[in-house]
Design a protein. Structure first.
Length: 161
């Protein structure tokens, strides 16, 4: 199974738990949707190891959380072009899809880390605690963006579709 990039299948994602990953060089931030697919909650931040170990650990975590879909942040350049990290993330997403048999969708994550840092700073979170929370909050922002998009797309579908 290949990771999907920015595609939308005809099946509604509502009533499915969606897991989001912010895959960085050092850490992976994780968030999950509520069962109705309305809100995103941060779960954990995992320290990175090897690609093989990370995919195995995330596959196990996906199963524990009973996720039915996975969204992985796609780190594009501001121009929309793929980044070097983006190629690595695509490989990670494809391996995770193969390992779990669950659809994985790449989702534009531009500026989520910047926004997460701003939110944490404005909330008065210390710089030390921010470093630990930023990846998880980035995953929440990625997932909430995805859920909001899906809700809007579903609302615009006509009843006959």
């Amino acid at each position: 199974m290949k990771a999907e990039e920015g595609t939308r299948d005809d099946d509604s994602m509502s009533m499915k738990r969606v897991l989001a990953l912010d895959v960085g060089m050092r850490r992976i931030g994780v968030a999950i949707s509520d069962p109705l697919g309305i809100t995103a909650q941060g779960l954990e931040t995992f320290q990175r190891n090897t690609l093989r170990e990370d995919v195995a650990r995330m596959a196990e975590f996906v199963q524990q959380q009973q996720a039915e879909a996975i969204v992985v942040g796609n780190p594009l350049h501001m121009s929309g072009r793929d980044s070097r990290q983006g190629e690595y993330v695509k490989d990670f997403a494809e391996r995770l899809a193969e390992r779990t048999g669950i659809p994985v969708e790449l989702w534009d994550e531009r500026l989520t880390t910047v926004e997460a840092g701003r939110v944490l700073r404005e909330s008065g979170v210390s710089q030390q605690k921010r470093a630990k929370a930023i990846d998880r909050l980035s995953a929440v922002l990625i997932l909430q963006s995805y859920l909001d998009f899906k809700a809007g797309a579903d609302a615009w579908q006509s009843p006959s579709e």
